[in-house]
Design a protein. Structure first.
Ligand code: M6R
Length: 624
């Protein structure tokens, strides 16, 4: 939610900030702005809408300033208008601030500052920050602080409540940029005589791979001479940068029209990376998740918290864990669980699934669980596991164990390859649990792992067979307003995921249903204008899904079948077939989701929509 970037060094800041913001647009794109310092003044330029609007405005007023901050916004407080766009400034226009997060106590601060004569020009929570800094700048400088500006920022930050990341500068201190982290991500980049801060590494990877991730309660003071790190009490901290395992190439489309399509095509590679990481060739220890034995001792129950697509992956995780390892498992929406948790259960593993590792609801649910279990008798003690694509994220700092999902950087707002990677993590976890509890025979385990090893080839075959087919099919749905997705058993969450993908990027209303539930109400929605996609994989529920599909056909719906079966009843009832390879039903979700991702992609692309940055959404939802 919102992207921030900052630069201080020897080059012209404007272009560096704009290209950094381009890489952060996935975090929000309803307005953008930058502030630089030149000739003793702050130059603040902002524009409503996408970043290209800001770029056009800046063409006329570019300066050679070598310090600046920038922001791309996803509106929380105040409409997406230019006057609410960041940076925000104090009344005297000397201090400029960009923020990602929410300042929860902004109302009291605002009233107090208004009484002191500060003039507010926006509806945002952020605007209190530059005024507060200006107020603290009036205090006499402290001998113990590195600079009066740093000290004023530090004092202001100590007044703020909420989750935020901030970057700020002041015209009276043109060689200082201060960056702050409190529960919203912020990295510092170290170049040759130039330094950066950003919400995420893609914004700076084309300049430097040496980065330091700030932790909560830390502030960085960037000057042309280097970077100093402090805590909110003003104590200097010793920290070392690390080298990023990310190349500038990875943040480009590499010939694909959209990042989403590129990321769909990267899925065979992602599955290979997960297979490599999670499974070994050693029959005595075939799964290697690196989890400590105490995680598994006396385990009676698992609860999983997640949001959106990660929640769908968690539902498949539940199916796998219950069917393979026989452990009762609950899946909760993190946003619900945090306010209405289930009663405490003993010997429980809590898993947070979040590709970004920054989703506010998931982090808050885990924090709540950790707190309510701490200090209780041993069987209630927290056991927290994170499944994430970003082990360096806030989640990584919060839980004791992580399964890294090896999806690589995902830029399209609609999650695709990170979903597949989460599924792979759940296959490995469920098999590991089953192996440890001896609920699976060694032969069966070997058979499943061998079949998983074939999946990358099957995805490649599916992509090759279907891209063109689905592109053609998408023509027919350019005007469609409603879609239904049906699945049962392990493919019910794939029906949910197919519907979510379509909603997110094509703005078509779509519902995912367990196929057997249709007749209990939603069947009333069906007619010739509502296509139905049914996932029909030979196995436990194949015949049942076909019967449910027949019920839809009898209401005139156009039926699209995601199935490996090309003859018999399937061939008769489906108007269109999206063929997938014939794999064991247990592994089928890794394949059945692919045509649904492509269907959503091609319908949205055909409608001419902004596939990678759909309206109202942001990749990483760091607010409640
Ligand atoms: O980063 P997370 O996995 O925690 O994100 C959770 C959801 O916000 C995310 O999956 C969202 O639903 C995606 N846009 C789905 O495509």
């Amino acid at each position: 939610m919102c992207g921030i970037v900052g630069y201080i060094g020897t080059q012209a800041a404007t272009e560096i900030l704009l290209s950094g913001l381009e890489k952060l647009e996935y975090r929000g794109y309803d307005s953008a702005g930058i502030a630089t310092i030149w000739e003793g003044e702050v130059n603040c330029v902002r524009a409503k809408g996408k970043l290209h609007n800001l770029r056009s405005k800046l063409e006329a007023i570019e300066t050679p300033a070598q310090i600046g901050i920038g922001h791309t916004r996803w509106a929380t407080h105040g409409k997406p208008e230019e006057y609410n766009a960041h940076p925000h400034m104090d009344t005297a226009m000397r201090v400029a601030v960009v923020q990602n997060g929410i300042i929860e106590n902004y109302r009291e601060l605002r009233e107090d500052l208004k009484e002191k004569g500060y003039v507010f020009r926006s509806q945002t929570d952020t605007e209190v920050i530059p005024h507060l800094i200006a107020e603290f700048l009036k205090n006499p400088p402290s001998l113990h602080s590195p600079s009066p500006f740093f000290e004023a920022v530090r004092q202001a930050v100590n007044k703020l409540e909420g989750a935020f990341a901030i970057a700020c500068l002041c015209a009276d201190f043109p060689d200082e940029l201060i960056a702050i982290r409190q529960q919203a991500p912020l990295v510092i980049g170290f170049g040759q005589g130039e330094f950066f801060c950003a919400s995420d590494t893609p914004a700076i990877v084309s300049h430097t791979r040496a980065v330091l991730t700030l932790e909560n309660g830390e502030m960085a003071r960037l000057t042309p001479l280097g970077v100093e790190i402090y805590n909110f009490a003003g104590d200097r901290l010793k920290k070392q940068p690390r080298l990023l395992n990310l190349s500038p190439m990875m943040v480009e489309k590499q010939g694909f029209k959209h990042f989403m399509l590129k990321e769909i095509y990267e899925q065979p590679g992602v599955v290979r990376a997960c297979l490599e990481a999670y499974f070994t060739n050693d029959p005595s220890s075939p799964i290697n998740l690196g989890l400590p034995a105490e995680f598994y001792v006396d385990l009676e129950q698992i609860q999983i918290v997640a949001c959106g697509t990660s929640w769908h992956a968690a539902l498949i995780g539940k199916y796998l864990i219950e069917q393979l390892a026989e452990i009762p498992t609950q899946v909760q929406y993190a946003s619900e669980f945090r306010y209405a948790p289930s009663p405490l259960t003993a010997n429980t593993l809590t898993i947070g699934v979040t590709q970004s590792g920054e989703t506010a609801d998931t982090l808050a649910a885990l924090a709540m669980e950790k707190e309510r279990r701490s200090g209780k008798e041993p069987k209630y003690q927290p056991r927290l596991l994170g499944i994430t694509n970003r082990p360096e994220s806030t989640l990584g700092q919060m839980v004791s164990q992580i399964i890294n999902t090896h999806g690589g950087l995902e830029i399209g707002v609609a999650a695709t390859k990170t979903f597949i990677a989460q599924l792979m993590a759940f296959y490995a976890l469920a098999l590991d649990l089953a192996y440890g509890r001896q609920t699976i025979s060694p032969d069966k385990l070997e058979e499943i792992i061998n079949s998983l090893r074939q999946i990358p080839k099957e995805i490649e075959a599916t992509l090759e067979k279907q891209e063109h087919l689905i592109e053609q099919l998408a023509h027919d749905f350019a005007e469609t307003t409603d879609f239904i997705f049906l699945g049962r058993g392990i493919n019910f969450p794939i029906a949910l995921e197919g519907a979510l993908k379509l909603k997110e990027i094509s703005y078509i209303h779509a519902e995912g249903y367990p196929a057997g539930e249709m007749k209990h109400g939603p069947i009333a929605l069906l007619d010739a204008k509502v296509p139905v996609v049914a996932i029909a994989i030979p196995g436990k529920v194949y015949e049942k899904v076909l019967s449910n599909a027949q019920e839809a056909k009898a209401r005139d719906s156009r039926l699209i079948g995601v199935t490996p079966v090309k003859d018999g009843e399937a061939a008769e009832i489906f108007n269109d077939l999206l063929p997938v390879s014939n794999v064991d039903e247990l592994l089928s979700p890794i394949l059945t989701v692919i045509p649904l991702q492509l269907l959503a992609y091609h319908i949205a692309a055909r409608r001419g929509l902004d596939v990678d940055q759909p309206r109202n959404l942001a990749k990483s939802v760091t607010v409640e």
